[in-house]
Write a protein that binds this ligand. Structure first.
Ligand SMILES: [Cu+2]
Length: 454
């Protein structure tokens, strides 16, 4: 048999290849960890004890993850909690295997184990990440953080601030998180509301600013159930993106910004007042300070010109309504609804109070099977006495408005009690995608379904 005599060139190439493999292998074996762990946080005002939270990397909220559009997010999720968990990357049009939904796209990561998340971020904008295993409890205990994908050509602002709005239900004596997560009153009504409202993990967050400074504010509603109604004082400007997706053109900030759970809005605002604040409408119908800005000095003598539009993300084409397949999903149940009590009683034995398309989730079979690329119109009939923040994973949609006009691209839509809302999208991302209410007590109590795109 002829002996194999490797050439010097082949040896070198082989060495090069093995060296490269070793190096790439090394890089792949140590992605930066993102660790779920217990931590202490000073959520309540000074004078109160610290609160034990479940956190990512020991901070509340979790670390702000920032990366450039078109790059990969690579993180090793390490679970140091004593319960299983997983991470969902909310609003990212993601590879299905990385969507983080325990029981649908992956197994929950057991205590002591890890899972490597590795995916492309195709869209610039404001997103967030949070637990998607028993999320009603895990998100309420603190497992969420901001995920910012920066435009290649970012708008000209002086500062870029993430503001994660949240509330916490704390024992007023001990400042510890109230542990009754399955309270039937929460499950069957508006969900679990906190008794302390704050921003970026703090009660009464105050920032500094300069006169005429231009701020990009990325507001994220990380609360389990609270719908924030906000207004600006001493700040004026534009909203430029919703749920991460840029608007075609900047629009003046509305008188009242309504931000349902999981929704985001990007604002570009100038500091025009001697003091400035974002104010929140309370249950008492009074306006309360949500975020304060102490204004001193000036960034410039005059306001700048209006900002340009944000660059569009790829694949923002409107779905073809004429060709779209029409499907319907009725939302039923809850307190004060029309669901017969006999039916409700049966469901309540399993801790369920709501149905999507007649079924209390989680469900074995998808609500709909869609062909990849197929345009779809989904009519959601909210036949309940409550508002619901309906979130579709993996794909953004547009609301179908009067006369077939289409609203902005969103991933979470607030549906009104007793009203119909129709959304349209092209089913262009293959996989199993959750469709659920982002009032997390509602999701836990039945409002969890999914669609399959293949
Ligand atoms: Cu709901």
């Amino acid at each position: 048999m002829q002996s194999f005599q490797p050439t010097r060139r082949a040896v070198l190439a082989g060495m090069g290849a093995s060296a490269l493999t070793a190096r790439a292998g090394f890089a792949e074996t140590v992605p930066i960890p993102l660790t779920a762990q217990r931590a202490m946080a000073q959520i309540a005002p000074e004078g109160y004890p610290q609160t034990e939270v479940w956190s990512y990397d020991g901070t509340l909220p979790g670390p702000e993850l920032r990366l450039s559009q078109g790059t990969r997010l690579q993180r090793r999720f390490v679970n140091q909690l004593d319960v299983p968990s997983s991470v969902h990357w909310h609003g990212i049009r993601i590879d299905n295997a990385m969507d983080g939904v325990a029981g649908l796209t992956q197994d929950a990561v057991p205590p002591g184990a890890s899972f490597d998340y590795d995916f492309l971020v195709p869209d610039a904008g404001t997103y967030w990440y949070h637990a998607h295993t028993n999320s009603m409890e895990q998100v309420a205990r603190g497992l969420s953080g901001a995920l910012v994908v920066e435009e290649r050509d970012a708008p000209d602002v002086d500062r870029d601030e993430v503001l994660m709005l949240d509330d916490w239900l704390l024992d007023p004596e001990t400042a510890q998180i109230a542990p009754d997560f399955n309270h039937p009153m929460d499950l069957s009504h508006g969900g679990r509301f906190g008794n302390l409202i704050g921003t970026n993990g703090h009660y009464a967050l105050t920032l500094t600013a300069k006169r005429n400074e231009r701020l990009r504010l990325r507001l994220i509603n990380a609360a389990n159930a609270r719908i924030f109604v906000l207004r600006l004082a001493g700040l004026s400007g534009w909203q430029v993106a919703l749920d991460g997706m840029p608007l075609p053109a900047p629009e003046p900030v509305p008188q009242e910004i309504v931000l349902a759970p999981a929704q985001r809005v990007d604002l570009i605002v100038d500091v025009t007042g001697k003091a400035a604040a974002i104010e929140r409408l309370g249950n008492d119908q009074e306006w309360h300070r949500q975020v304060g800005f102490e204004v001193s000095g000036q960034a410039s003598r005059t306001r700048r010109a209006a900002p340009a539009s944000l660059p569009a993300n790829p694949n923002m084409d409107a779905p073809d309504l004429a060709q779209a397949r029409a499907i319907e999903m009725t939302i039923e149940g809850g307190a004060m609804g029309r669901m017969p009590m006999s039916r409700m009683r049966g469901m309540m034995q399993d801790g369920k109070f709501w149905t999507l398309g007649g079924q209390a989730g989680p469900v074995e079979a998808p609500f709909a099977r869609l062909s990849q690329g197929e345009p779809v119109r989904l009519r959601m009939i909210n036949d309940t006495a409550f508002l619901h923040a309906m979130h579709l994973h993996g794909m953004h949609f547009r609301e179908v408005l009067a006369e077939g006009r289409l609203g902005p691209m969103r991933d979470t839509l607030l549906t009104d009690a007793g009203a119909n809302h129709e959304i349209a999208f092209a089913a262009d991302n293959p996989g199993k995608w959750l469709l659920h209410c982002h009032m997390l007590a509602h999701a836990a109590a039945g409002m969890t379904s999914w669609i399959e795109v293949a």
